[in-house]
Design a protein around this ligand. Structure first.
Ligand SMILES: [Zn+2]
Length: 291
């Protein structure tokens, strides 16, 4: 925000000394600055049939080495979680010393780098040359220290200076990439993050609330049940007591894994190794995902 104000002041000064007739000033904020560098650091599959995850730096103030280290840590932690383990995923770092064109701000308890005024998608596309990618902003910005990581408009923000960033990243990525809901109940948080998604459904009864994964309950898949309460309150239903979307710790429950498998299969144009189980139990990925 400070940067935005400074840019605005600079623009006003600049316009003040410009000749007024016939001059059109366009700041073109989506153009990459010359110092921006995009590099693939993990995965070497065809980007057209892979999940491409781009870590975008924010607030690292010239410390490219720390940013790279942090990005590796997050990638390592995602790749040990099912169903990401073994899937066709390429990881990139997009190092941006100037932070220009990216806007991060506090949204209540969260630190977020999404919003209509941000250009993260355009910057990523232009600099990395990727048609499809998932953006994750890693914030080394000290002013974000007190605020938590977030998902906003499918851009993940990781506030790295807060503890447990690796697991919280996976949780937020579950929102951004998998369109998964939180599986905890907290009325205070509902206003920010209370979207009803696939893994948390409203229902007048257990039968209607948990209908989306009844086939896995019937197949007696361990860790799949029917429990009242998730982010939308006690009128909604979830499938397990413990899960990455409930605790921001551990693994995704099987129901969440299956929905993540839908996204991964669609993007990678194949069934990832950790997803084949869902063609062996229940109604199969084709039916669940509409592939
Ligand atoms: Zn969450």
């Amino acid at each position: 925000m400070k940067e935005f104000l400074l840019n605005t002041v600079a623009l006003v000064i600049l316009l003040g000394v410009m000749p007024s007739a016939g001059f059109c000033f366009s700041p073109a904020p989506t153009r990459p600055t010359p110092e921006d560098t995009c590099a693939r650091f993990r995965g070497n599959t065809d980007p057209a049939s892979s999940l491409n995850i781009v870590f975008v730096s924010y607030g690292y103030r010239g410390d490219n080495a720390t940013f790279n280290e942090n990005a590796k840590l997050l990638a390592n932690n995602l790749m040990i979680k099912n169903p990401f383990r073994g899937a066709k995923i390429n990881f990139y770092t997009l190092y941006r010393p100037s932070d220009s064109g990216v806007f991060c701000f506090s949204l209540d308890r969260l630190w977020t780098c999404g919003g209509s005024e941000n250009n993260i998608r355009a910057i990523t596309k232009n600099t990395c040359g990727l048609e499809n990618s998932q953006q994750v902003v890693i914030s080394g910005e000290p002013s974000g220290t007190g605020k938590g990581s977030s998902d906003f408009q499918s851009v993940t923000t990781v506030a790295f200076h807060r503890g447990g960033a690796e697991d919280i990243f996976v949780h937020e990525f579950g929102h951004s990439f998998g369109k998964l809901s939180d599986e905890y109940v907290d009325p205070k948080l509902e206003a920010i993050n209370g979207k009803i998604q696939l893994n948390c459904r409203r229902g007048a009864s257990a039968a209607s609330g948990c209908a989306g994964w009844k086939d896995l309950i019937d197949a007696k898949v361990p860790g799949v049940g029917c429990y009242q309460g998730c982010v939308a309150g006690f009128g909604a239903w979830r499938s397990s007591q413990y899960s990455m979307m409930r605790d921001a710790y551990g693994d995704f429950n099987p129901v969440s894994q299956r929905y993540l498998c839908c996204e991964l299969s669609r993007i990678t144009k194949q069934t990832p190794p950790a997803c084949t189980i869902f063609n062996q139990v229940g109604k199969g990925l084709k039916n669940v995902c509409g592939l």
